[in-house]
Design a protein. Structure first.
Length: 92
């Protein structure tokens, strides 16, 4: 499945949550509320989830294999870097 768009919907300056993004696949399907998180020197992507009655969280959408997870993560983080740099450039 081809990723056709990644849009950072909101940036966060403080705390481990850095952004909330939406990803469009093949101009046909959008997935919202994917999070970019930074813990220490590591950045990663957290898929949308809902809280169960027992207090645990379950992903509502997730990649099925590690190859697509890596592609999705890399594409999201690259888009985050580009859009964050553009935001920082416009703030000057």
């Amino acid at each position: 499945m081809k990723i056709t768009n990644v849009k950072v919907r909101k940036f966060f300056e403080e705390g481990p949550l850095k952004a909330v993004v939406s990803v469009t696949f093949e101009d046909c399907l959008a997935v919202h509320d994917i999070k970019v998180v930074e813990a220490g020197a590591k950045r990663f992507v957290v898929m949308p989830a809902v809280k169960s009655a027992d207090g645990t969280y379950r992903d509502t959408v997730h990649p099925i294999n590690s190859e697509f997870r890596a592609e999705l993560t890399n594409t999201i983080l690259e888009a985050y870097d580009v859009q964050y740099a553009a935001l920082e450039g416009s703030a000057q």
